[in-house]
Design a protein around this ligand. Structure first.
Ligand SMILES: *Cc1c(COP(=O)(O)O)cnc(C)c1O
Length: 434
């Protein structure tokens, strides 16, 4: 399979090159040349397949010849080696829990898949790859964990000191081995600026093979389709496909869902559930796209003012506004509504939402009220314990720590404090053993 750049369609790459580069040289996002159609009989028989079989079937056409099937099958097996249960919550609404992975957030799937693909490619490059990332929280943990112990790949993560939650900091700093965490005395924007400068520094790029583990990378984006197939696999009433609500920030996850639907997966409708960052809801009302500065909310992994994957959604619909509106709705949920939803769902249905899932739940619940007779599910994208500082005061209950988190608490923190200085970062990177 070839991927073309959304800036210049004649700029192409196969899966391997697209994964190693992340972005096309013209800074465009990569988009698949063809979208595979899955056989109807296969989709109808989905309940009979294992998670690994489903994932391999879905991803194989995109990977093409870049990874031999036997190898890919091992990668997929490690990627989906935890549960993705569909749990009934209230009348007509279920939760697809995507937080059973090692860092308790859905980004684990993309990070695990990408890290193992890169680990495979690096074996043929005869060179070590250094993955450099700036994180405001969730991405760094998933990337650190995904790449942990992958031979030939070193990961350097920059995070703003004192500005990530304690669970997130443990996830970044407790691993060691091929994962290094730099605790930057500045903001997330400072971290991002340092990383961007490193990517454009030609000295540094001669000395090291640098790449990013950005969420726009095809190897992180495409495996997110698995969630939607796993949801349908567990959906009881196959004759009435679900409405699916996706808490959205950069719109990678929901774009993968729309791609899965294009391949033949039955989905009645998609809802992009947003917080106060309402660029897409506003676009779907007016037909006019206007990026904004991000505002901080309780569902902070969705605080994005100019979602990078939205161009992929437009491409999927050939830039046609009305066909897109048939399939996709979007709404904006306030922090106050988020808090009320966490409280109400906990009191009435004894289900504990995290702030991102709460946005997804309420958006779905509002849609179903306007469309009686339909049923749906929302993606619960993070475990509530990751946001205990928000959730616990609302419910008044302490959230038990899952074993994967409590084991981390006992590990010593391994991070290197750093001033906001590009020279310091550069020297650090150059001083590392090749
Ligand atoms: C990243 C993230 C999102 C947003 O996903 P996008 O693919 O960027 O739209 C939602 N919830 C959580 C918990 C996240 O970490």
């Amino acid at each position: 399979m070839q991927f073309y750049s959304l800036n210049n369609h004649s700029e192409k790459a196969d899966f391997e090159v697209a994964t190693i580069r992340g972005q096309a040289p013209d800074k465009g996002l990569y988009f698949p040349q063809e979208i595979p159609t899955l056989p109807k009989a296969w989709i109808e028989g989905i309940a009979g397949f294992s998670r690994e079989e489903i994932a391999l079937k879905v991803i194989s056409p995109y990977v093409g010849d870049s990874i031999p099937t036997r190898e890919l099958s091992g990668i997929v097996e490690q990627t989906v080696s935890f549960d993705f249960p569909l749990v009934p919550v209230s009348e007509g609404i279920s939760s697809l829990e995507l937080f059973h992975g090692p860092t308790l957030a859905f980004k684990d799937v993309g990070a695990r898949f990408m890290s193992r693909c890169l680990g495979y490619f690096v074996r043929h490059l005869n060179r070590k790859i250094t993955v450099l990332v700036a994180t405001s929280g969730d991405t760094g943990g998933a990337v650190a964990n995904g790449f942990y112990g992958v031979d030939g790949v070193d990961v350097v993560i920059l995070y703003p000191s004192g500005k990530v939650s304690s669970v997130q900091e443990w996830q970044l700093t407790s691993l060691g081995k091929n994962i290094s965490a730099l605790e930057v005395k500045g903001t997330f924007d400072d971290c991002q600026r340092l990383v961007k400068q490193a990517f454009t520094d030609s000295d540094l790029n001669r000395a090291l093979f640098l790449t990013s583990a950005n969420s726009i990378n095809v190897a992180r984006w495409l495996p997110q389709q698995f969630y939607y197939f796993f949801a349908y696999q567990q959906w009881a009433d196959k004759g009435h496909p679900p409405v699916i609500s996706v808490p959205s920030g950069n719109f990678g996850n929901i774009c993968a869902g729309l791609l899965a639907r294009r391949s033949g997966l039955p989905v009645a409708h998609f809802i992009a559930a947003c917080n106060a960052n309402d660029v897409v809801p506003a676009y779907l009302c007016s037909g006019h796209y206007q990026a904004k500065d991000a505002v901080a909310t309780l569902s902070n992994a969705m605080d994005v003012g100019n979602p990078s994957n939205f161009v992929r959604i437009l491409e999927l619909f050939d830039q046609a506004f009305h066909p897109l509106k048939e399939v996709l709705s979007s709404c904006s949920i306030s922090d106050e509504q988020t808090r009320q939803t966490i409280a109400r769902v906990y009191d009435r249905h004894h289900y504990l939402l995290d702030p991102h899932g709460a946005v997804g739940y309420l958006a779905l619940s509002q849609y179903l009220q306007e469309h009686p007779g339909q049923q749906g599910l929302f993606l619960e994208t993070a475990h509530p314990v990751k946001f205990y500082d928000v959730v616990e005061p609302i419910t008044g209950q302490q959230i038990p720590m899952p074993a994967s988190v409590s084991s981390m608490l006992n590990q010593p923190k391994q991070s290197l404090p750093m001033e906001v200085s590009y020279q310091t970062l550069k020297q650090y990177l150059l001083s590392r053993p090749a």
